[in-house]
Design a protein around this ligand. Structure first.
Ligand SMILES: C[S@@+](CC[C@H](N)C(=O)[O-])C[C@H]1O[C@@H](n2cnc3c(N)ncnc32)[C@H](O)[C@@H]1O
Length: 330
C-alpha cells in the first residue's frame, strides 16, 4: 500500500499545472477504509470509539457518493468509483468535464449544496467539532433534539446524530429546515435511509416554521448560512435565521450548543470587530447595522479560528493535486 501511495503521489506532483489528474484518488489511498457508509456510521456512533480525522474523511467521501447515488450507503464502494464521481462533480465547477448536474442525477440546485460538502478539509473540521465533541453540558437522558437550519446536504445533522449517540442519548430527534425544495427532498431521502432524521422544506427565517416542529429543550443547532469573507453578512441569512429561531423558541434554547459557537465579523473602514453569539442572538449590534460587516472567523472547538484557517488538520489526508481543485465553502 505504501508503494502504491508513493506512486500515486508522484503522479500528483507531475500533473500539469492548472489541469488535475482526474484519475487521482480523492483521498490518500492508505487513508481509505473499504466498507459501507452505514457500517462506519454505526461503529462511530458507539460511545468510547475514537473518532479520528481519517474516520471523518471516509464518512464524508462515502456520504458524497450516497448523496448522488442513494442506496450506495449500504454497499462497499471502491475508492476509485468515489474518486471518479468526485472528479466529474468537481469538474462541473471549473468546466473540466462535460457533465451537467442532470448527468449525475442532480436536479439543479442540489449540486450547489453538495459543493459545500466537497470542500473536504473545512467540512471535516466542522464535522469533527460537532460529532467529536468531548463533553456535553447537560445529560441526555431525556433525549436529544437537534436542528440543521439551512440543511444543505444534511452532513451536519449526520454529525449531530453521532454527537447524540456517542454521548449515550437514548433517543434523538433531528430536523433539517431547508427552503430549496429539491435539496430538502434529496437530503431528506438520505437522512431517512441513514436513520438520522427528517427535513422540512421551509424558510428558516420564518418564526412560524418552528411552531410544533420539535418538543422540549433544543440540544443543538447548526446554522452555516455564512457568507464568503468578501461578502456582507446581510448577503446570507445567518442572523435572520437565528432571529426567527430565538423569537419562536427562546425558552428552549437556554442550554443549547450552537455551530458555530460564535462568529466574528469586521467593519473594514474602522477595523472594528463584532462578535455574534448566543448573547446577542447572533445579531449584528445595532450600531453596525447600517454599515457593511464581513465574516472573518468563527469560534469552533472552543477556539477563535479564521475562516481561512478552518480545516487545517485535514489537508494531509488529501493528495495536494486534489486539494487545489476542491470547491470552496467560503
Ligand atoms: C452553506 S449551505 C449549507 C451547507 C450545509 N451545512 C452542508 O454542509 O451541506 C446553505 C444551505 O442553506 C439553505 N438556506 C439558505 N437560506 C435559507 C433559509 N432562509 N431557510 C432555509 N434554508 C436556507 C440553502 O438553500 C443551502 O442549501
Amino acid at each position: 500500500m505504501a508503494i502504491a501511495q508513493e506512486a500515486a503521489s508522484q503522479r500528483f506532483r507531475t500533473a500539469p499545472v492548472g489541469r488535475p489528474d482526474q484519475t487521482a484518488p480523492v483521498i490518500r489511498p492508505g487513508v481509505f477504509r473499504p466498507g459501507p457508509l452505514v457500517e462506519d456510521v454505526e461503529r462511530l456512533s458507539r460511545p468510547g470509539v475514537v473518532l479520528s480525522d481519517e474516520d471523518i474523511i471516509n464518512v464524508l467521501v462515502k456520504y458524497f457518493h450516497a448523496y448522488i447515488y442513494p442506496g450506495s450507503e449500504a454497499h462497499a464502494v471502491p475508492l476509485g468509483d468515489i474518486s471518479e464521481l468526485f472528479w466529474r462533480f468537481c469538474g462541473m465547477w471549473w468546466e473540466g468535464t462535460r457533465d451537467t448536474p442532470a448527468d449525475l442525477g442532480l436536479r439543479d440546485s442540489t449540486g450547489y449544496a453538495l459543493r459545500m460538502l466537497a470542500d473536504l478539509p473545512k467540512t471535516g473540521h466542522i464535522f469533527r467539532s460537532i460529532a467529536g465533541r468531548p463533553a456535553m453540558p447537560t445529560g441526555l437522558a431525556d433525549g436529544y433534539v437537534g436542528l440543521g437550519l439551512g440543511t444543505g446536504t444534511g452532513v451536519l445533522l449526520l454529525a449531530a446524530s453521532l454527537q447524540a449517540r456517542r454521548h449515550g442519548a437514548g433517543r434523538f430527534d433531528l430536523l433539517g429546515v431547508e427552503y430549496d425544495t429539491l435539496v430538502a427532498e434529496r437530503t431528506g431521502l438520505l437522512l431517512d435511509r441513514l436513520g438520522v432524521g427528517r427535513v422540512v422544506a421551509a424558510d428558516a427565517r420564518d418564526a412560524q416554521a418552528y411552531i410544533d416542529m420539535v418538543d422540549g429543550p433544543i440540544t443543538f443547532v447548526a446554522n452555516e448560512t455564512i457568507p464568503g469573507m468578501n461578502q456582507r453578512m446581510q448577503s446570507e441569512h445567518f442572523s435572520a435565521i437565528h432571529g426567527a429561531l430565538f423569537e419562536a423558541a427562546a425558552a428552549r434554547l437556554r442550554e443549547t450548543l450552537f455551530f458555530p459557537e460564535g462568529l466574528v465579523a469586521v467593519e473594514p473602514k474602522t477595523d472594528a470587530s463584532v462578535v455574534l453569539s448566543r448573547q446577542n442572538r447572533f445579531q449584528v449590534p445595532k450600531y453596525y447595522r447600517n454599515v457593511n460587516v464581513f465574516p472573518r472567523a468563527i469560534i469552533i472547538e472552543g477556539r477563535l479560528t479564521a475562516l481561512t484557517r478552518l480545516g487545517k488538520d485535514f489537508p494531509r489526508l488529501i493528495p495536494p493535486q486534489v486539494r487545489r481543485f476542491l470547491p470552496r465553502r467560503w
